[in-house]
Write a protein that binds this ligand. Structure first.
Ligand SMILES: Nc1ncnc2c1ncn2[C@@H]1O[C@H](COP(=O)(O)OP(=O)(O)OP(=O)(O)O)[C@@H](O)[C@H]1O
Ligand SMILES: [Mg+2]
Length: 598
């Protein structure tokens, strides 16, 4: 811009000064010619009077000699006069064009002058005028001719316009000088002017660059009241609007992002070319890919690496319909199969035409739901099975008794004992199931109170002492401090301890030992039941708290176990927000450690 201003100013100066020079030089030449013409006209008038006077005195005047003398006088006089340096030439011509006298040349060698313009005009009675270039003299000449009608002659006076070249040269010189001076001045002024104009413009450019670079708070200082100032003002208003709009959009985007990323469902939206438009962090986790802006625009199959998801979405777009399905995917981070329920739907364009613009998929992790369903089904079949076994046994023995065994009293008593044991077993089983479902249905235990743990342990030991004695098992109890208060339901804690100590006895060896310890540790009540029994192999550790799970089914059943004991323990502990873990090695014994928050 600065360059342009200087260029245009220089061009303007050159054009201006040159045009002025041309016009002034034309004017000077015009006035110079006018001046010369007036002078020679005056000389012509004087000469005319002199000739008229001479011819009236002398009838036979020698025009040639007369004009030569006259011109000599005239030129010598003019030579002295510096302001009037005319080499005046006088010619007398008759009306037939014959030259009668000439101050400069021999009239005998001179041609007929009738066709000269000034001569023609003079013959018609006017003052003849002409300007011609004399190639002999190499300069322009001005001619003035006056008729003396009574003598049928014409006086013609000519002067060279040698000043014209001088005028041209002078004007060329001064015009060039003017251009030079003008250029220098223009350069100085335009430099100042251009910096004055361009400075705020550059400021505007730099500010707009900064805004384009992301600094939306940048503004132009408005120090001018002219058009640039107006522009700066409008620019700032525009930047304000832009900032406001962008903040609005960003705010909206952040909100949408936050909402989408807070959802527990995976969401992926694709366009008609299967390119990802939206994906949330949950979906990224599900497909084990890194969440980030770089994922947008990628191909769906490259991200999910799942042909079913891909084909479901393609089908949704193709048929313009919503679909529901399920997929099973292995999660490398968790090392398990995950089950997802998929819902797909088309995305419609927002331009009013409602054309399909892509599709959206929602993935719902139903692994735990499926697991629960499976547990429930397994539970029902387990319960049925567990109930069926004693019932079949009871029915069998009743049948045998009915068929005559009742007659033999010894056999009958033995059979009735078995029926009693099986009925007892049924009772225990139903009782356990009821207890379990009761605790399971409970969110919070309302029957809590402050209870003395040591007292409950002692009661449980008393209950189980006889069965421990049967195997000659030593039951040791130690609590630090001697009395520990906990807030829980007395019956449930008692049930928990019975189940754990009962196991420690049941799965212990003859002459074994059981240590029951309770202490306070880091805000928890820690209870440990350690036995010297058969132990539990590592592979069963994670499963022994499941309902009906038994390490050795036959052995447990023989001991009258239902496989619900540890499941009830786990549920009771969960009810009080505690936890349980197991340390066990086959052949060495088992330790169950229960932690209950105080
Ligand atoms: N202290 C232990 N030592 C070795 N194995 C144990 C011990 N406690 C539990 N187990 C194993 O864990 C399984 C589950 O125990 P759980 O108490 O739930 O059932 P159960 O003792 O078989 O039956 P229930 O307790 O309902 O009468 C047992 O069958 C047994 O195999
Ligand atoms: Mg048990």
């Amino acid at each position: 811009m600065r360059k342009k201003i200087i260029q245009y100013s220089v061009m303007l100066v050159i054009i201006g000064i040159t045009t002025a020079g041309i016009f002034t030089s034309a004017m000077a030449r015009y006035f110079y010619k006018l001046e010369v013409q007036n002078n020679i006209e005056s000389i012509a008038v004087l000469l005319k009077n002199d000739i008229v006077k001479e011819t009236s005195a002398k009838s036979n005047l020698d025009f040639n000699k007369f004009v030569k003398d006259y011109a000599y006088l005239l030129n010598s006089r003019t030579d002295k006069d510096k302001n009037f340096p005319l080499a005046t030439r006088i010619t007398i011509i008759n009306f037939q064009g014959k030259v009668l006298g000439d101050s400069d040349s021999n009239i005998d060698t001179m041609t007929n002058h009738l066709n000269r313009k000034e001569v023609q005009e003079a013959i018609q009675g006017q003052t003849g005028k002409d300007q011609r270039f004399s190639s002999t003299m190499g300069m322009p000449y001005l001619y003035v001719a006056l008729p003396i009608s009574e003598h049928h002659i014409i006086i013609r006076i000519s002067v060279p316009l040698y000043q014209l070249n001088a005028i041209n040269k002078a004007f060329l010189y001064y015009t060039l000088l003017g251009i030079l001076a003008g250029l220098l001045l223009t350069l100085l002024i335009s430099l100042k002017l251009s910096s004055f104009i361009t400075k705020p413009v550059y400021h505007l450019i730099n500010t707009s660059k900064e805004i384009a670079g992301g600094n939306y708070k940048k503004r132009v200082d408005v120090n001018y009241k002219d058009e640039i100032g107006q522009l700066a003002l409008t620019f700032n208003e525009m930047a304000d609007k832009l900032d406001e709009t962008l903040s609005g959009i960003m705010d909206k985007n952040v909100k949408v992002d936050t909402v989408i990323n807070s959802m527990r469902n995976g969401i992926i939206a694709i366009d008609n070319n299967s390119k990802i438009i939206i994906i949330n962090a949950t979906a990224c986790d599900m497909f084990d890919v890194q969440y980030g802006p770089g994922i947008i625009g990628k191909n769906l199959i490259d991200i999910t690496r799942n042909s079913k998801v891909n084909s479901l979405l393609r089908e949704t777009i193709k048929n313009d319909s919503s679909l529901i399905d399920e997929i099973v995917m292995f999660s490398p981070s968790l090392g398990i199969d995950k089950i997802y329920r998929i819902y797909t739907n088309t995305i419609k364009s927002s331009d009013g035409k409602h054309q399909t613009a892509g599709a959206v998929i929602t993935l719902n992790d139903i692994t735990s739901v499926r697991k629960l369903e499976q547990i429930r089904t397994e539970f029902v079949s387990n319960v049925t099975h567990e109930l069926k076994t004693p019932l079949t046994s009871i029915r069998g023995f009743v049948e045998t008794l009915k068929n005559g065994a009742i007659e033999d009293t010894t056999v009958a008593v033995k059979f009735l004992d078995i029926i009693d044991i099986e009925a007892e077993r049924l009772y225990t089983l139903i009782n356990d199931i009821l207890q379990l479902s009761e605790i399971e249905a409970m969110r919070k235990d309302d029957s809590v109170m402050e209870i003395d743990l040591r007292q409950i342990i002692d009661e449980v030991v008393l209950i189980l002492k006889s069965s421990a004695d049967k195997k000659n098992i030593l039951l040791e109890v130690s609590t630090v401090p001697s009395h520990i208060q906990i807030i829980a339901s007395r019956n449930r804690i008692k049930q928990m301890l019975i189940n754990l100590i009962d196991n420690a006895i049941k799965y212990n060896v003859e002459n074994g030992k059981i240590c029951v310890k309770a202490e306070k540790n880091n805000g928890n009540t820690v209870i440990s039941i350690k036995d010297t029994g058969i132990g539990i192999p590592e592979m069963h550790h994670s499963r022994i708290f499941e309902r009906f799970y038994r390490v050795d089914k036959g052995r447990s059943r023989n001991m009258g176990g239902t496989g619900l004991g540890l499941s009830i323990v786990k549920h009771i502990i969960n009810l009080y927000s505690g936890d349980i873990h197991i340390i066990s090695e086959p052949g060495k014994g088992t330790e169950f450690i229960v932690k209950l928050p105080l």
